[in-house]
Ligand binder design. Structure first.
Ligand code: 5AD
Ligand code: FES
Length: 348
């Protein structure tokens, strides 16, 4: 498979059949990780960026079959953080060295455009040297525009799978892959730094599905891609499904690094949940971002998208120092920076 790895590095694209062959073989891992490490080093050296994740609402109108905070899960205790609580997370986070805040939540109608734009403005006023990332799902283009004008810098919206049939297996009929993709292209057009992504090993996923994901990412050309293994949640229709493979996730991280050398790729919490060394292994495979939680410890357990999520009992400061230690141990260091894509202009 070396020839395909080499060609990917050189041409930054492959044909769908080639992606499928490469991903299903999963071969020449050490070689791939070596190339990915060199590519990453060129842009980012040994730096790891952090993002302070604020899970500000677990209300969600959607009913994705894989997700623990889906609408039909009556067992989860719903919460919303107040503006004061959110700003408190930012204050704590800033003192700890975070220069990006990610506002992530379910698709919650309570947070209207007015409420969200006010929140974005307040955060940007208080922390003008920080980036604000939104992760609040599908919205009309107009809303995305308003958030951007209020100062939001980045937007995360995982596409979950780029394969139409697979998308139908993961979501009820009222969710459309075409709409999801349309949202991502709008976000890019507006000027956000955009992140898409998918789960590895979600029910029904084949190597062809993953090849389709790589083709879609090539076309969208996002600044960030988040991937992590699927992990079953006991209160969902996928409770009995097996978790995704760590090895395959790492392999895909390596491929993403070669596809786009300055891509921002997180070593995700899901990866750290299925493997005690998952985040370290993610970094070594080519990732360059970690996203510890800044949410108040009182609500962490209630934002359980999947079972056994790590760090739900730890203070933000503990996670920060834990991750710093973990990164140092593998020869990387966490930096106090916004962590914009290297070699690209920051959107103003
Ligand atoms: N396992 C792993 N990842 C999940 N996500 C949601 N549910 C699960 C699960 N059971 C991911 C989705 C979503 C992101 C916020 O978390 O990809 O976009
Ligand atoms: Fe949260 Fe280690 S990162 S305790």
């Amino acid at each position: 498979m070396r020839h395909l790895i080499d060609r990917l590095e050189k041409e930054r694209r492959l044909e769908k059949e080639e992606w499928t062959a490469l991903i299903s073989a999963g071969a020449d891992r050490e070689y791939l990780f070596e190339r990915a490490d060199l590519a990453r080093k060129k842009y980012y050296g040994r730096k790891v960026f952090t993002r302070g994740l604020i899970e500000f609402t677990n209300y969600c109108k959607n009913n994705c079959y894989y997700c623990g905070i889906r609408r039909d899960n009556r067992r989860v205790k719903r919460y919303r953080l107040t503006e004061t609580e959110i700003l408190d997370c930012c204050r704590q986070g800033y003192a700890l060295g975070f220069r990006t805040f990610v506002l992530q939540g379910g698709e919650d109608g309570y947070f209207t455009d007015e409420r969200l734009t006010r929140l974005i403005r307040t955060i940007k006023e208080g922390y003008p040297d920080c980036a604000v990332t939104l992760s609040v799902g599908e919205k009309p283009k107009e809303s995305y525009l308003r958030f951007y004008e209020a100062g939001a810098d980045r937007y995360l919206l995982r596409h979950e799978t780029a394969d139409e049939t697979h998308y139908r297996r993961l979501h009820p009929g009222d969710m459309l892959l075409s709409r999801r993709k349309e949202c991502l292209f709008w976000l890019r057009e507006i000027g956000y730094q955009v992140g898409c992504g998918f789960m590895v090993g979600s029910p029904g996923q084949t190597a062809e599905c993953l090849a389709e994901d790589m083709m879609f990412i090539t076309k969208l050309d996002p600044q960030m891609v988040g991937i992590g293994p699927f992990i079953p949640h006991h209160e969902t229709p996928f409770a009995q499904e097996p978790a995704g493979s760590v090895e395959r996730t790492l392999y895909l991280i390596g491929l993403l690094r070669l596809l786009k050398p300055n891509l921002l790729i997180p070593a995700t919490t899901a990866l750290g949940t299925v493997d005690g060394q998952g985040r370290e292994r993610g970094i070594l495979a080519g990732a360059n971002v970690v996203m510890p939680n800044l949410s108040p410890t009182g609500v962490r357990k209630q934002y359980e998208l999947y079972d056994n999520k790590i760090c739900t009992g730890d203070e933000a400061a503990e996670c920060r120092s834990c991750l710093m230690r973990r990164m140092e141990r593998i020869g990387f260091s966490i930096v106090t920076e916004r962590g914009d894509p290297a070699g690209e202009c920051r959107s103003l």
